[in-house]
Design a protein around this ligand. Structure first.
Ligand code: SAM
Length: 742
C-alpha cells in the first residue's frame, strides 16, 4: 500500500513539473540518492513489480506481450549518471508497465559520443555489472550498441575504430550476461560487420541472441546505390545465408518501423507475410509510431492512436508473443504520462492477438513449431495418454456424430437392420457418440442396431471390453486383431456403415487405404463409409524453425525407437531397423506457427472408399506460382476428409470455415526439402510427388524444379527418399509370420 502511495505522489509530481528528461521524472531527485544496498532493494522492488507483470500470465493461451523501453544517448546530457544508476531508470520504466529496458552496452556516456576523423578518443565503457544481480541483466536488460558505430564506413579509420568499439561492447555484453543484443544494419554492404558477426556466432558462440535490425525503408541505408537484392526482405535472407543460417534462435532479425512512409513491401500483406518464416523477434517503434495531440513535448499532449500502417504490420506479424519483443525507442522530449500511454495502448492492442493455434492447450504452446515423427498407428500401439489426447477432440466427435446421423437418416437402406462397424476403434471414442446418436435420433433402431468394433491394440481392447460391460450394456461386439486379416471371416455380417478414423496428418500416411482394403469382405455395393473421401494437400513454405531442427537433427523423438525405420523381412521372419539416410527425407508432424506459405495448397492425392479404387499409388506434378521472391524450405501438408455430404474435417489452421479443424487429433505435417531453395518472384515452382506401394507398406518420393532467385537458372532438387531409403510406412505382418521381434 505504502509503495502505491509513493507512486501516486510521483505521478502528481509528474504533472506539476516540466519534463527534465526524455524519459524520466518519476525518479527521486538527485538529493534522494540511495546507497548501494538501498539501490539493490529499490531495483528488487521495481523488478518485482515488472516480474509480476511479466510472468503472471492471465491464462496460458494468452501470454503478455514483451514491451520494452529504449534508453537513448540524449539522456546522458541530463547528468543523471544512469550508467551507474540504471536501477532508477528501470524502476520508473517498470512502474509504467514496460517489461524490459534496452540499454547501450557501452553506457549512455559512450553512446552520446560523436565519432569523426578529428574525434577518435572514445569514452571508455562505463556500466558496471555489480549494480544489478546477474538474473536481472539476463531477464530485464537487452543490449544496444553505440549509435555512431559504423563498421563499414568508407573511411577506413572510422571503420576500424567502429569495429574495435563494437567488439568491446559485445564483449562487455557477454560479460554482463544479457540475453539479447540489438545491432542496426546501417549499410547493405557490410563485410566488416558480417565478419565480426560470423566470429561471434560461429567461433565465440556467444550466449546472447543477436538481433540484426533492418529499417522498413530502403533509403534509410547509407549505401543505397547498386542494390543486389530486390527488397529489404531479400537483403536479410542474403545476410542470413551469408552467416550460414546460424540457428534462428541466436541470429534473429528485427524491424525498425521508420516514422516516414514504409516501403511497399511493408504495406502489402502478401509481401510482408514472408517475414513469418523468418526469426523475426523484434519490432522497434519510435515514438513517432504514435500520434499525439497536441504534439509532444506539451504536457497536455495525449496519445490518440498508433500510425495505422505501423499498427497493421505489428499486429499481422506478431504471432508469437512469448518470443517476440516490442521496443519503444523514444525520440525527443516525452513525459512519463505519455510513455505510460504508449505501453498501455500496446499491451491491450497486442493482447487482442490470439494464437492461430489451439487456444486452450498449454502443451500445444510447448509443441509449437517442434517437429515430431508421425504416430504410425498401424505399426505401433498407442498408449492410454495418446488415446486421452485423441478423445479430447470435441470438434471431431461432433462432426462424426453429425455424419453418422446424416448417413443413417439419408443414405442407408434399413430394410435388413443396421450393422455398423467401427474399424480401428481404439478405446471406443467413436462408440459412445454412435450409440447416442442412434438412441436420440433413431430410437426405433436402438434395439436392432449391431455395433462391431475392430481394434488391433490388445491394451485398448481391454478398455473396450471394460466399457462395453460398464457403459454400453454389452451392445458392442469386439473383434481383436488387424482388420486386414480378421475381417476375412465369412460369418461376419455385412456392413451398412463403416466408420473409421485411420487418417494421418497427411491423410493416407497412416495407411488408411491399405487397411480399409481389408474391409472388402464385409462390404456390399450399398455399404457406406465415414469418411468416404479424403485429399492430401501440400503448399510450399518457408520455416526456419523447422530447418534448424533438421540441420542439427534435433528431431523431437521421445524414444529412440521412434527415430528408426522398420521393414519386415518375410524370408527371415524378422524386422530390420534402420535410421533415415537423410533426416530431411521424412514426413514430420508439427504444430507449425512460424512459417510463410508462398502459394496456396494444392491436392496431391485423393482417395475414395469404393471397390473400384484398388491402386493406391499416386503421382502428381503440381505447379505453384511464387509471386514474391523468397526461400522455400519444404511443404506444409494437411488433409481434408469428407465424412458425409457437406460434413468434413481438416487439420489446417488456415482452412476456410475453421470450425471443422481438428488439430487436437491431427497436427499438420511438414515435408522438408534437403536444402532451402531461393525462388525468383513471379515464377513457377513445380512439385513432383509420388506415393509408391509394395506388399509391406508405402512411401513417398518428391523433388521440385524452380527458377533460382539472383541467377534465373532453372534448377531441380535431388529426388528425396528414393526407394524408401529414409522413410517407409510399414504394414504389420501376420503374427504367424513373425519369428523375431527385436
Ligand atoms: C487414430 S486411432 C482412433 C481411435 C478411436 N477411433 C478414437 O476415437 O479414439 C486409430 C486406431 O486404429 C487402430 N488401427 C490402426 N490400424 C489398424 C488395423 N490395421 N487393424 C485394426 N486396428 C487398427 C489403432 O490401433 C488405433 O487404435
Amino acid at each position: 500500500m505504502g509503495k502505491k502511495k509513493k507512486n501516486n505522489k510521483n505521478e502528481q509530481r509528474q504533472v506539476s513539473q516540466p519534463p527534465t528528461d526524455t524519459s524520466e521524472t518519476t525518479m527521486p531527485e538527485p538529493s534522494d540518492a540511495i546507497n548501494g544496498i538501498e539501490l539493490l532493494t529499490e531495483i528488487g522492488n521495481s523488478f518485482q513489480h515488472i516480474s509480476t507483470m511479466n510472468y503472471a500470465l492471465p491464462s496460458p493461451q494468452r501470454p503478455l506481450a514483451l514491451i520494452g523501453w529504449g534508453a537513448m544517448p540524449e539522456q546522458h546530457a541530463l547528468k543523471m549518471n544512469y550508467d551507474t544508476n540504471l536501477a532508477r531508470l528501470c524502476k520508473s520504466v517498470g512502474i509504467d508497465g514496460y517489461n524490459y529496458m534496452a540499454f547501450p552496452m557501452g553506457g549512455l556516456g559512450r553512446a552520446a559520443f560523436k565519432l569523426a576523423e578529428d574525434s577518435l578518443d572514445l569514452p571508455p565503457i562505463s556500466i558496471p555489472d555489480a549494480q544489478f544481480d546477474q538474473y536481472l541483466w539476463q531477464t530485464y536488460i537487452i543490449g544496444t550498441v553505440s549509435p555512431w558505430i559504423d563498421t563499414d564506413n568508407p573511411n577506413p579509420v572510422l571503420a576500424k575504430v567502429s569495429l574495435d568499439a563494437l567488439r568491446e561492447e559485445l564483449d562487455h555484453a557477454l560479460y554482463l550476461g544479457v540475453r539479447n543484443v540489438v545491432i542496426p544494419l546501417r549499410r547493405v554492404k557490410s563485410p566488416n560487420l558480417m565478419k565480426l558477426l560470423n566470429h561471434y556466432l560461429w567461433v565465440r558462440t556467444a550466449k546472447f541472441t543477436i538481433s540484426l535490425v533492418m529499417p522498413t525503408r530502403q533509403d534509410e541505408f547509407e549505401d543505397l546505390t547498386d542494390l543486389e537484392d530486390e527488397d529489404i526482405f531479400n537483403i536479410w535472407v542474403s545476410i542470413r545465408r551469408g552467416l550460414r543460417n546460424y540457428t534462428s534462435e541466436r541470429l534473429t532479425v528485427g524491424l525498425r518501423l521508420t516514422e516516414a512512409e514504409m516501403d511497399d513491401e511493408f504495406l502489402i500483406p502478401e509481401k510482408y507475410d514472408r517475414w513469418h518464416g523468418e526469426p523475426l523477434f523484434l519490432f522497434i517503434l519510435s515514438t513517432d509510431s504514435f500520434v499525439f495531440s497536441p504534439s509532444p513535448p506539451s504536457l497536455n499532449s495525449k496519445m490518440v492512436e498508433m500510425v495505422p500502417a505501423h499498427r497493421k504490420i505489428v499486429f499481422d506479424l506478431a504471432i508469437s508473443l512469448e518470443n517476440q519483443r516490442f521496443l519503444v525507442m523514444p525520440k525527443g522530449q516525452m513525459w512519463p504520462i505519455q510513455r505510460k500511454q504508449m505501453v498501455e495502448y500496446l499491451t491491450s492492442f497486442l493482447n487482442q492477438k490470439k494464437s492461430p493455434l489451439l487456444p486452450s492447450q498449454n502443451d500445444d504452446r510447448i509443441l509449437t513449431d517442434v517437429l515430431l515423427l508421425p504416430m504410425e498407428t498401424v505399426w505401433r500401439d498407442l498408449s492410454a495418454a495418446d488415446y486421452d489426447g485423441l478423445e479430447s477432440d470435441i470438434t471431431k466427435y461432433q462432426h462424426y456424430s453429425e455424419a453418422i446421423g446424416y448417413m443413417i437418416g439419408n443414405e442407408i437402406d434399413l430394410k435388413n437392420g443396421l450393422v455398423i462397424y467401427i474399424l480401428g476403434a481404439g478405446r471406443g471414442g467413436l462408440v459412445g457418440p454412435c450409440l447416442e446418436i442412434v438412441k436420440a435420433r433413431f430410437p426405433h433402431l436402438h434395439k436392432i442396431v449391431r455395433l462391431i468394433a475392430v481394434e488391433k491394440n490388445p491394451s485398448a481392447c481391454i478398455s473396450l471390453r471394460y466399457k462395453n460391460n460398464t457403459l454400453w450394456h454389452g451392445k458392442l461386439t469386439i473383434i481383436e486383431g488387424d482388420m486386414r486379416f480378421v475381417l476375412k471371416n465369412p460369418d461376419l455380417p455385412k456392413a451398412n456403415l463403416i466408420i473409421s478414423e485411420l487418417l494421418g496428418s497427411f491423410g493416407d500416411n497412416e495407411l488408411a487405404p491399405e487397411c480399409l482394403r481389408g474391409a472388402e469382405s464385409i462390404c456390399t455395393p450399398s455399404t457406406q463409409f465415414i469418411p468416404y473421401q479424403y485429399s492430401s494437400l501440400l503448399s510450399p513454405i518457408c520455416s526456419h524453425r523447422a530447418t534448424d531442427q533438421l540441420r542439427d537433427s534435433f528431431v523431437s523423438v521421445y524414444d529412440s525407437e521412434r527415430a528408426i525405420n522398420v521393414r519386415f523381412n518375410r524370408e527371415a521372419g524378422k524386422f530390420i531397423y534402420s535410421r533415415p539416410k537423410h533426416w530431411t527425407d521424412h514426413l514430420y508432424v508439427s504444430l507449425l506457427n512460424r512459417y510463410h506459405e508462398a502459394a496456396r495448397p494444392q491436392e496431391v492425392s485423393q482417395f475414395k472408399y469404393s471397390h473400384e479404387d484398388q491402386n493406391f499409388e499416386r503421382h502428381v506434378k503440381l505447379s505453384y506460382t511464387i509471386k514474391h521472391a523468397c526461400e522455400i524450405t519444404g511443404f506444409l501438408g494437411h488433409f481434408v476428409a469428407v465424412l458425409a455430404s457437406d460434413i468434413y474435417i481438416a487439420n489446417s489452421t488456415r482452412y476456410p470455415g475453421g470450425l471443422s479443424t481438428c488439430l487436437k487429433s491431427w497436427f499438420p505435417c511438414y515435408l522438408p526439402l534437403r536444402e532451402e531453395i531461393r525462388v525468383k518472384g513471379d515464377s513457377e515452382l513445380i512439385l513432383y510427388f509420388w506415393r509408391k506401394c509394395c506388399d509391406d507398406g508405402a512411401w513417398y518420393e518428391w523433388k521440385v524444379t524452380y527458377t533460382e532467385y539472383g541467377t534465373d537458372e532453372e534448377k531441380t532438387t535431388p529426388l528425396q527418399n528414393e526407394g524408401a531409403e529414409s522413410y517407409f510406412m510399414p504394414l504389420r505382418p501376420k503374427e504367424e509370420e513373425i519369428k523375431e521381434l527385436f
